[in-house]
Design a protein around this ligand. Structure first.
Ligand code: ZN
Length: 84
């Protein structure tokens, strides 16, 4: 089976358009497409690469951060601080 190999040749990083490296699990199934330049890993679900920057896992960031983009509150109400 070299089909996925051809498929990978067509896939480039959506961020930098650079080449991707396929990572495989113990059963040689493709699990992620990694862009070494951006340090991003794009997931492969059911054999379908998810080439979305928002779905990519940062290789530098902390692992298992599956939360959607959450903005930290920029403003804090005065008096909301917990008692010490
Ligand atoms: Zn890239």
């Amino acid at each position: 089976m070299t089909l996925d190999h051809r498929l990978i040749d067509l896939l480039v990083c959506p961020v930098c358009k650079g080449p991707l490296t396929m990572h495989r699990d113990d059963a040689s199934r493709p699990t992620e497409l990694v862009c070494p330049a951006d340090r991003l890993a794009f997931p492969i679900r059911d054999g379908i690469p998810v080439m979305l920057e928002g779905e990519a896992r940062s290789l530098d960031g902390p692992p298992a951060a599956q939360t959607p983009v959450a903005q930290t509150p920029a403003t804090q109400k005065s008096g909301a601080a917990p008692p010490t």
